[in-house]
Write a protein that binds this ligand. Structure first.
Ligand SMILES: *Cc1c(COP(=O)(O)O)cnc(C)c1O
Length: 418
């Protein structure tokens, strides 16, 4: 069979195209309409109810509904009382907000390499990075897989550190049967449209600790001490931002929350079917899922090791060829973004300008030399991300993914002159 990139027929023709996420349902209109017809479009009843419903769904004492996962992460940093020059340990592979939330509080991110298998922060490499300035570990449950939390919490206890969960991709993901967002001092979830729990944009901050909660409230709400629900006195006790959600978004989020459990079940079922379909592809490493670290199926990340083909090409070149060939076959895949420490904001150490916060008097020098992250670099060079397998896609559509993969890999030699 001729590869589509060489003029052959694509595996997934236009009429078989994948159902894009989010998959929406008619009843959601009612929620949004009720909010629109009311007169509290800023902080309203839906915001309060969303907080209550999320606390119940996830098993947290406190939830604050905010306008992004990034905001919720910043609230985690403030909630843990991180101060200028404090260091926060974070993984080297994630979305940029996992590290910029630290900078926004004038604190310093310190990156740790990943474990190649899980693509998550390697707990074995954390202790090397702890200094007298370290105040917290920010554990990112990347691609929906929960970090090795028992080990991370044990290290944190030994050095008296806070642990923050970046659960922005991990709604309903489990660690030893316990939900993401209940495994550390506080956590952030995103409701950006790509996530399993999507409301366009939005975020959720959660904690069970009242001190952390009250500090997070101030950051969320202009530095005021009161949550938006209560009567405000407009007195700013500290430097705050405006991170509140609005009633329309909260209404839409509540509608989607009704189906989150069912959506997650479908997504995980499809994820496991994909794993089954690709298991005999030589050189392909499928994402991890087991009884200890159970993903919510947020993404299906494939990593290719083609050293046995002796192509003479680098890992990145090989992956790029497979990627382009898959796109030509009609499979909507994407490449991994650069490592966090590779991003210019860290390499240039500019931040707020004039080198802040790295140049602040309370900060100590940190090193972002990329040689410290060999697993992250290898994994990045080999990754192809697939997310179009969620609710609404049929078994036949899922199978197109593996048919295309088999086709491209069986005919890889044809790509050598692309
Ligand atoms: C999406 C995401 C964020 C940020 O969430 P937003 O709602 O887009 O601000 C942070 N961390 C991770 C790992 C994410 O995937």
């Amino acid at each position: 069979m001729k590869l589509a990139i060489k003029g052959g027929t694509p595996v997934a023709a236009k009429d078989k195209s994948f159902v894009k996420w989010p998959f929406t349902r008619d009843y959601e209109w009612e929620y949004v309409k009720n909010s629109l017809c009311g007169n509290r479009h800023s902080w309203g009843e839906n915001c309060d109810l969303l907080q209550e419903e999320w606390s119940k769904w996830n098993g947290n004492t406190y939830t604050l509904a905010v306008n992004s996962g990034t905001a919720a992460l910043h609230m985690c940093i403030a909630g843990c009382n991180i101060q200028p020059g404090d260091e926060v340990i974070v993984t080297s592979t994630s979305w940029i907000s996992s590290a910029t939330c630290i900078l926004h509080h004038n604190a310093i991110p310190v990156f740790v390499d990943i474990d190649y298998d899980t693509m998550l922060i390697d707990p074995v490499k954390i202790e090397d990075k702890i200094t007298e300035n370290t105040k917290a570990i920010l554990a990112v449950h990347y691609w929906g897989l929960v970090c090795e939390m028992d080990t991370i919490n044990a290290i944190a206890q030994k050095y008296q550190l806070f642990v923050i969960e970046d659960a922005c991709q991990a709604h309903g993901s489990l660690y030893k049967g316990r939900k993401a967002g209940t495994l550390a001092h506080c956590a952030a979830f995103s409701m950006n449209q790509n996530k399993n729990f999507s409301a366009g944009e939005g975020g959720l901050f959660v904690t069970n600790n009242s001190d952390i909660y009250h500090r997070a409230v101030m950051l969320m709400n202009f530095g005021e001490r009161t949550v938006p629900t209560l009567t405000r006195n407009y007195l700013s006790k500290s430097l705050g931002w405006m991170y509140r959600i609005n009633d329309l978004t909260a209404a839409y989020a509540r509608a989607r929350l009704e189906y989150l459990q069912r959506d997650n079940e479908t997504i995980l079922k499809n994820f496991l079917y994909l794993k089954e379909l690709v298991k005999d592809i030589p050189g392909l490493k499928a994402p991890v899922h087991n009884d200890v670290q159970s993903t919510n199926g947020y993404a299906f990340v494939n990593r290719f090791d083609f050293s046995m083909l002796n192509t003479g090409l680098s890992d990145r070149q090989v992956t790029n060829l497979v990627f382009r060939a898959l796109l030509a076959e009609g499979i909507p895949v994407s490449r991994e973004i650069p490592l966090l420490p590779e991003q210019k904001v860290f390499q240039s150490k500019e931040g707020y300008g004039k080198g802040c916060p790295w140049s602040c008097p309370s900060s100590k020098a940190v090193d972002y030399d990329l040689k410290q992250y060999p697993n992250a670099r290898l994994s990045n060079a080999r990754s192809i991300v697939f997310t179009s397998f969620k609710t609404g896609n049929t078994v036949e559509q899922l199978e197109l993914f593996s048919v295309a993969l088999h086709k491209v890999i069986d005919n890889f030699h044809e790509l050598m002159d692309v």
